[in-house]
Design a binder for this molecule. Structure first.
Ligand SMILES: [Zn+2]
Length: 421
């Protein structure tokens, strides 16, 4: 009994052992969240592998707390009509904060991931980092107030920050381009200022969580998320769970060597992907080749994203040097990505990050065949190369998803935590 219905993807199943209430609750909530039409208690019991009475008790608790609602009856099957349960969008909310050296973005989401409020502000780099973080806390409180949602329904604050992080202590260690931010206790300062639970993760991990959130309803997800920003990093999702590593710093792929004779990297070696494929290198090569005009001395340099977009436009128009530069970049990126697909046996590589939109046309046309040729698993299954489902500017959305993920995802890690409780 309790087998999933045919055609229903196998999800993580619950356990009927005592003291596993929170884990089971997360399994039930996650199943309801993933179902567009809502689910009955009978369907939930089958999906989660739980006894009918256990499901009934959990649903009663979730209804009482307002996290789910009864949404009509389904009378299509045999027997008496079943009450359909759905997530209550107003049942809880999450705040996301994305810290970037230039901008700090804030977003407030409801329980189904709808952004209700968002705002961007310049990151305060000229002042004491602890004070800058305390100011973020004050801003979070004003975001909640401006959104009009009840404070008591805020499940927490998710913060996405440039790595490296010390996830255990919620500390930002020393992110590049953020001078003075050496071991800043981000989580503790924000928790103190806001009185809310705060989760801190590396920005790339938050993006992977957001991507996973956007994949909701698909079969078990196995993918690498490759983030192309000022640096290049990866997030990892295996079997529907975001992998974080022992300190929350999984995915530091920048030093994968893609060209042994390439430009020097800060690690002392040559041709690391973070150098060969970073937008600055592509733009620099384009300028050397005359694709971009040299910018006059004394004038401020144009924005990197604009220059990269200009190279991409030139390549789309067939300008030979631009085509060659971007093709080489795609080839090197494919080389780095195939190291990941071979190591991890994922079935998809998702690209994203602020510079992705400019690179997308060339990468999406070149990288799939290159990765297929280099991936050992190609003889067993294809490796899809895709662009992010999230549009740029949604980094704070990803940060808020960290909170929703913690509330909904029944992870093996959580099962262990519950067992210890
Ligand atoms: Zn390197």
């Amino acid at each position: 009994m309790n087998a999933p219905a045919p055609g229903v993807p196998q999800r993580r199943r619950g356990t009927n052992l005592p003291k596993m209430g929170d884990f089971n609750q997360a399994v039930i909530l996650d199943s309801i969240r993933r179902s567009e039409e809502g689910l009955s208690r009978v369907e939930l019991a089958a999906l989660a592998g739980l006894a009918a009475q256990t499901v009934s008790n959990i649903c009663r608790r979730l209804l009482d707390s307002g996290l789910i609602v009864e949404a009509g009856k389904d009378g299509s099957g045999p027997g008496k009509p079943r009450t359909i349960l759905r997530l209550n969008p107003k049942g809880m909310y999450a705040v996301g904060v994305h810290i970037d050296p230039a901008l700090t973005s804030y977003a407030l989401l409801d329980a189904v991931g709808t952004v209700l409020f968002s705002v961007d502000e310049a990151t305060e780099l000229g002042i004491d980092p602890a004070q800058a973080v305390a100011n973020m806390g004050t801003r979070i409180l004003s975001v909640i107030e401006q959104s009009g949602v009840p404070f008591g329904r805020i499940a927490g604050v998710g913060v996405a920050t440039p790595g490296p992080v010390d996830a255990a202590s919620g500390t930002v260690v020393s992110p590049p381009h953020m001078p003075g931010w050496t071991r800043v206790p981000l989580r503790d300062i924000l928790a103190e200022t806001t009185g809310l639970t705060v989760v801190v993760e590396k920005d790339v991990t938050a993006s992977a969580v957001a991507e996973l959130w956007a994949w909701s309803g698909h079969a078990a997800a196995n993918f690498v998320f490759v983030y192309i920003g000022t640096g290049i990093g990866a997030g990892l999702v295996l079997n529907d769970e975001v992998v974080r590593g022992s300190s929350g710093n999984v995915g530091e792929i920048g030093h994968i060597i893609t060209d042994p004779d390439g430009p020097l990297c800060d690690c002392g070696r040559r041709g690391c992907v973070k150098v060969t494929c970073m937008p600055e290198t592509v733009v620099g090569l384009a300028r050397e080749a005359g694709v971009l005009p040299a910018h006059p001395v004394g004038e401020p340099a144009p924005a990197l994203a604009d220059e990269l977009a200009a190279v991409a436009r030139a390549a789309a128009e067939g300008e030979p040097s631009a085509v060659e530069i971007l093709d080489n970049s795609a080839r090197r990126m494919a080389g780095a990505v195939s190291v990941l697909t071979n190591l991890l046996d994922v079935d998809c590589v998702v690209f994203g990050g602020p510079f992705w939109p400019a690179l997308a046309p060339v990468y999406l046309s070149k990288v799939p065949a290159l990765v297929a040729a280099l991936s050992v698993t190609t003889c067993v299954h294809s490796v899809e190369i895709a662009g992010t489902r999230l549009t740029s500017g949604e980094e704070a959305f990803g940060a808020a998803c960290l909170v929703l993920e913690k509330s909904f995802n029944a992870s093996a890690e959580q099962l262990l935590l519950d067992a210890k409780a």
